[in-house]
Design a protein around this ligand. Structure first.
Ligand code: ADP
Ligand code: ASP
Ligand code: MG
Length: 834
């Protein structure tokens, strides 16, 4: 094969978990963009996912008792054998692989038996057993690739190399380092002058200077790959794993984490050191020397570009990622006697080094009155003793007053090269913690200014990661949404939001996340967002019993900037909950009239709580669906106009009934037909009673500043006396008996050249009425489409000729669109205030 350079690929345990994964790995290496590159491929492999843990678990179990050994080995054998049989077609090859494997198992048994005899494992025995995982996966992958290459009749040699013959390392305080000359010789011997093709190499394991097996530490295969990359002066190093790249936070803990496209070596190192397990922190240093780019890519989504780690580029973004180190203990050393005394820190850290305790973070107040540092939790017990011993004299003389250890802490760090030049990053970081009520125990900034760290309570760690991440990464206009009552209006609204979501995000950075749905008995919650294409099935399948406290807390997630509840019910009970929601600072958007038209005392309290908590309330659709009725009224008032009166037809149902009623059909027949066509509420009395219109008038009256209660209105109900109670059927049965009276009213009006209309009137000085009126035949209310609403405003400015709003004022589609428009209005308020 014409030799370009080498390319190094490393596949982690997650990429080699089962036969399907092996096939996927082979597809990547043999086909597509990677397979068709004209370069030799070095393929560094980890053990199959979970294998190293299983082997180390076995060592631990053997320390307890030899009885544990056979069952543990049996489970490992069953898994490996099944994988071999699934992948390898040739019985001879399979037999050979399994014979080698069984020989290894015999060796492992000997080591484990020795461990159980002694009752504790030496480091060497542990390394020996742990390292088998990589040997098994390398042999198997090489055999499988060979089989595929032969099947494709491709001339591409495949071989595998045991890294113990290749890598020689020494263990120092900073972890393993490569013995350069010996290793370079080995590399030249095994790779130089040979035909390229595919070389599978075991990750993780190596030899020491004495030729004994050792390892590069947990997750060390990444490091193996970059050492080889550097020694081969490879064109690139690609770490294949199970995520699309290095992400702005651990995706298991921060659902919003996003792929970081480009990082500098330093940024990647800092993120890895501070807990981003996607790459081992030592991986970067070998690559830096020859500026070899390191790619992090997804085995299961090879189409994704991945992250590129390379030489420092022009930094584009203040911070790159947020990470955490969990399980640290914070040690605080305090005393006036440390002020101005040179060498205190030296003594402290010298003592810790001698005890083998690594220090993760140091923070010293400039007064030198105290030193604060963090160590891994596993040292929480001994660290206090070590410090007390080192400062025994000072403690006795009270020069040092306190040595305090707080266990169960976490370190949260933000990382980015460009932080140094950007003021305000620290303020934002600590500000997000402040507003989420997370207290910070210690802070530190690396001298590179590439990292700011905070030590917090372990219990707050995930929340802290999320609030910090959302503070730096999310658009201000990200809204966590809970929708109540996905019925006629609610379900259409969900469809409308789903249809527009991508466009809103792209054009306006508006991110509406419907994360909760509630019916009267069930709820569906999703951490990221509910898939709106099949929420009905999801509610059935994954829904749970309704619990309003859980629902509310979920919607009001403190790592998302804003929360809103869309109440699409018509329920009084839900309206009662607004008080609590506003109290929590949740915004409410609704077509439900019940809250705004409830008692004045509730109304006053609701708005007081709402204002105090900075919550918004949008309810344009409570009157005339999406028609701009409330908005118009507000605009008039806010620009200094005074509204004198409002009148109109506020019910599409009643508009319809009197538009068609001309005695050619009985009134009761029209009611029944309207009900059958869905023009009325299921119980037509809800429309005929006039209560719905009355509530709308109350809402408008209060908007005008009038302090009206429902009882203050004069309401003419069209439900005949005595028919208010009883079933719907009984009502419809009894209604024809009153047709005569209704026909009589029509005839009287008609004789006087008038028409009947159900009208709401509101007068600044005289209160409000809702009743059936006889109007002149040429009155504007007489010339409307069947179910239209009409509202007229008379004001100081519009005194001769009223301002008129007219159009369809009911129906799920327009109502839902009106709620959606209110939601957009909310987002613009939020964008504006932030
Ligand atoms: P492999 O077996 O391929 O070595 P690891 O499990 O060691 O895979 O590392 C990949 C995992 O690291 C991801 O699945 C993810 O859960 C986790 N992870 C933690 N922090 C990050 C981060 N900042 N970016 C990407 N992944 C991360
Ligand atoms: N198999 C080893 C581990 O699990 C090394 C690696 O996967 O990188 O730690
Ligand atoms: Mg790993």
């Amino acid at each position: 094969m014409a030799g370009k350079g080498w390319r190094v690929h490393k596949f982690g345990g997650t990429s080699l978990a089962d036969p399907t994964c092996f096939r996927q790995v082979a597809d990547i290496l043999l086909n597509g963009e990677v397979g068709h590159q004209d370069a030799g491929q070095v393929v560094v492999v980890s053990a199959m996912g979970g294998m190293t843990n299983a082997l180390l678990g076995l060592v631990q179990a053997a320390e307890q008792s030899a009885d544990n050994i056979p069952t543990g080995l049996e489970a490992i054998s069953v898994r490996y054998e099944a994988t071999v049989r699934d992948l390898i077609e040739s019985p001879d090859v399979a037999t050979e692989l399994l014979a080698q494997f069984n020989a290894d198992i015999d060796d492992a048994t000997d080591v484990l038996n020795a461990v159980s005899l002694v009752g504790s494992a030496a480091e060497r025995s542990r390394d020996l057993v742990a390292g088998f995982g990589e040997i098994w996966s390398a042999r198997l992958l090489a055999a499988y690739l060979e089989q595929r290459v032969v099947a494709d009749t491709r001339e591409r040699p495949v071989r595998w190399v045991d890294a113990r013959e290749l890598l020689v390392v020494e263990h120092g305080e900073m972890g393993p380092t490569v013995v350069r000359d010996v290793t370079q010789n080995n590399v030249d011997r095994l790779f130089g002058g040979r035909e390229k093709g595919i070389v599978v190499v075991t990750g993780f394991i190596a030899s020491d200077r004495d030729g004994l097996q050792t390892t590069l530490g947990r997750n060390g295969s990444d490091f193996s790959a970059s050492i080889l990359g550097a020694l081969l002066k490879a064109d690139s190093i690609t770490i294949w794993t199970d995520v699309d790249g290095v992400m702005s936070a651990n995706p298991n803990r921060v659902p919003d984490a996003q792929v970081i496209e480009d990082l500098s070596y330093n940024e990647a190192m800092e993120l890895a050191y501070f807990g981003a397990e996607v790459i081992h922190p030592q991986t970067m240093s070998p690559a830096i020397e020859f500026s070899i780019p390191i790619w992090i890519r997804n085995t299961f989504n090879p189409a994704a570009r991945g992250s590129r780690i390379g030489i420092d580029h022009e930094p584009t973004q203040g911070i790159k990622g947020v990470t955490s180190i969990d399980d640290v203990a914070l040690v605080n050393l305090e005393g006036a006697g440390m002020i101005g005394v040179p060498g205190t820190a030296d003594r402290l850290f010298g003592a810790l080094r001698k005890a083998g305790i690594s220090v993760i973070l140091i923070s010293q107040a400039s007064s030198e009155h105290s030193i604060c540092f963090a160590v891994p939790s596993q040292h929480a017990g001994e660290v206090e003793k070590v410090v007390r011993r080192a400062f025994r004299a000072e403690l006795e003389q009270k020069l040092i007053q306190r040595v305090e250890v707080q266990d169960h802490c976490s370190i949260i760090a933000v990382v980015g090269d460009a932080m140094a030049g950007l003021p305000g990053i620290a303020a934002k970081f600590f500000g997000t913690f402040g507003s989420a009520g997370i207290s910070v125990k210690a802070i530190a900034q690396g001298s590179s200014e590439r990292n700011i760290s905070a030590v917090i309570d372990r219990a707050d760690a995930t929340r802290a990661l999320r609030v910090a991440h959302s503070g730096f990464y999310l658009s201000n206009k990200t809204v966590s949404i809970g929708l109540v009552g996905p019925g006629h209006v609610g379900s259409v609204l969900l469809d409308q939001i789903a249809a527009q979501a991508d466009r809103l995000r792209a054009e306006f950075s508006l991110d509406f996340r419907v994360r909760a749905l509630a019916t009267s008995s069930r709820m569906l919650l999703a951490e990221g967002r509910i898939d709106l294409s099949n929420w009905r099935e999801a509610l059935q399948r994954d829904g749970q019993a309704l619990d309003w406290d859980v629902f509310t807390a979920h919607v009001n997630a403190d790592y998302l900037p804003h929360a809103a509840i869309l109440d699409c019910s018509a329920s009084q009970d839900i309206a009662q909950r607004y008080l609590q929601w506003f109290g929590d600072g949740i915004h409410i958007v609704t077509p439900n009239k019940k809250a705004q038209s409830g008692s004045l005392s509730y109304y006053d309290e609701l708005h007081a709580v709402r204002r105090r908590n900075g919550a918004h309330f949008l309810y344009e659709t409570t009157v005339g669906a999406a028609l701009p009725i409330i908005e118009t009224l507000r605009d008039l008032r806010q620009t200094g106009d005074e509204i004198l009166s409002i009148d109109g037809i506020f019910s599409g149902t009643l508009a319809y009934l009197f538009n068609v009623f001309d005695t050619s059909k009985d009134f009761s027949t029209i009611v029944r037909e309207a009900r059958d066509s869905g023009y009325t509420e299921p119980d037509p009395r809800d429309d005929l009673s006039g209560m719905d219109v009355a509530r709308k008038l109350i809402i408008l009256a209060r908007e005008m500043g009038m302090r009206l209660e429902l009882d203050d209105l004069e309401i003419e109900s069209l439900v005949p006396e005595g028919l208010g109670d009883g079933s719907i059927d009984d009502f419809l049965e009894a209604l024809p008996a009153h047709d005569g009276a209704m026909a009589e009213r029509w005839r009287k009006a008609n004789a006087a050249g008038k028409i009947l209309r159900y009208v709401g009137r509101l007068n600044k000085d005289d209160g409000a009425t809702v009743r059936l009126e006889a109007l002149p035949a040429d009155h504007p209310f007489g010339h409307m489409n069947l179910t239209d609403n009409i509202v007229r405003y008379v004001s100081r400015r519009y005194s001769d000729n009223p301002l008129v709003v007219q159009g369809p004022g009911a129906g799920p589609v327009v109502t839902a669109a009106g709620v959606f428009a209110d939601l957009l209005r909310l987002a613009s308020y939020l964008g504006a205030v932030r």
